[in-house]
Design a binder for this molecule. Sequence first.
Ligand SMILES: Nc1ncnc2c1ncn2[C@@H]1O[C@H](COP(=O)(O)OP(=O)(O)OP(=O)(O)O)[C@@H](O)[C@H]1O
Length: 597
Amino acid sequence: MFTWTSRELNAEQSEAVLLPGSVFLVACPGSGKTRALTYKIAYELSRLESDRQFIVAITYTHRAADEIQERIEDLGVDTSRLWIGTIHSFCLEWIIKPYGIYAPELAHGYRVIDQHEREKLLERLCAPYASQRVSHYDCDYFFTTDGYYLGCPNAGKHAIIHRVLVEYFRILAENRQIDFELILWHASQLIDLNPAISVLLSKLFALILVDEYQDTKQIQYSILGSILRAGAGATRLFMVGDPNQAIYGSLGGYPIEIGELRRLTEVRIAEQQLSQNYRSSSRIIDYFGNFNVYNTAIAAAGDGRVYPSLVSYDSGVTRDDLVHEIVRLIRHNVETLGIPPSEVCVLAPQWLHLASMTRQLVVNMPDYQFDGPGMVPFARDIENFWYKLSRLALTEPSPSLYVRRLRWAGEVISEMKDAGIETSRLSRKSFLRECNAIPIDEDNGLAYLRRFFATLFERLGIQISDFAQLQEHHQAFFESSESRIAKLEAEGVDAIGDIAFFRKVFQNRTGITVSTIHGVKGAEFDVVIAYALLEGMVPHFNDADGDTSAQKLLYVVGSRARKNLHLFSETGRKRGRYNVYVPTRMLAACVFNYDDV
Ligand SMILES: Nc1ncnc2c1ncn2[C@@H]1O[C@H](COP(=O)(O)OP(=O)(O)OP(=O)(O)O)[C@@H](O)[C@H]1O
């Protein structure tokens, strides 16, 4: 049986892991919820009695799934009975692929389109409404079990947006395509109309774990609820998250309350807390505690709790001077305080500001490297076959990546099989060997990938054009990547098409991270510098409950920092023709003894 010491898990974490029934775990930032989740999976895998049952873990991102799976493997636990991935992958793998034949819209095949293709189509459909100022940005929507809802708070635009979406859904159906929201909708419909699916799944799943529950949507809770209800206690739930960090409200995410969860699942659920923060100094914790909406318990427990943190806030700097201030702070932290550049993170609420800031930082600090995790130059639709293969094309063989690449090779082979290719003579290892043996001298990222794919298939003796699905994915992958690069170039990001940029996507961070606030979910840095903390951006003008939403964003920003935190509400950013943005109200109202740096 899998065990651990008190050095690995504290008493709160151990208790939550050992509880035999279902658990709802509310965890403060930096309290090791990922660690608790990882150990829970390892513990339950080691106790699994039937070899026909699975442990299912739902994570917010694919990267989180990879990391957790690897940590469990490092703990020496067999993961063959573990399924781990995002809710969308879960719905595809366990509901849509096996039961899609029962949905007329899916029965004849379908292709999942990525965010970028969705945006492109909506952009086209919105074009006739430019004079009414409706753009694809207004067209965010999400499904609940009742149908779709619009994200746009401006009711005056709703009639047009509905018209655009009707056309959007029609075009998708005609082309047998589904987007990410439709994955959830179809899965939910299939489960609703065919109760046997939930019964079957509940027999297969001993335990369902959910990470970051605070950003889960009603339709997702409902899908999981159906399976748990069908299991009548035989399938257990382990749900972890932090309601204070719920920052996807405009897309329908919300932190469910324990009472609602119990009603929905009809199972007994124990409520537990993690309150020891191992990440930040006491001063940082005191600071972000000002934005604690749910009054959750939080105590400094890490070795760095006594660190003499700097917490600064500048609402006087002008927009033009901002970059110099940020450069000064980066240099102070790195060159005076000795913090490694890879431990510095620069945050802003929107990509729009980050592209130009990154450019300016690169010019002002040629001696530093910058990593923009959001600047992915190729289509990252995880359901696209060629994306899956690009992960092998863009990573080098190395001992540290071996397990991960072997898993990726397995996924690619299984997709090839699904597409109708004879794969019996291919093993994961032989496939990796084929990939590793391809020499290509090419600087342009997309040209590199095209040649890599063509060479590999030639070596395998497979004609891509013989397989309609692969062909369609191939076209979608390259079209989408080309327009993504064109868009980033138009925003002024240089060299985005170079192979080096492509490879960076899969490398560990080495330079200073530049990211949106939403993009650093779950991450931690010694130093966090955030700007554009302005009403209308933080909170976003689309956010329904503005002040609460701002508090949660500020809570996320503050709680990423271990040591130092620097905040800016710069002046002089134009809002419309006559106005300027003003500081985020909740930040301006916060009384704190800030440091002069
Ligand atoms: N029992 C423990 N003892 C010492 N350090 C721990 C313990 N549990 C977790 N940590 C450390 O605390 C840090 C935060 O952990 P983790 O990233 O899992 O937190 P989290 O709860 O997911 O945070 P957030 O919700 O803010 O993203 C990590 O560096 C982790 O190694």
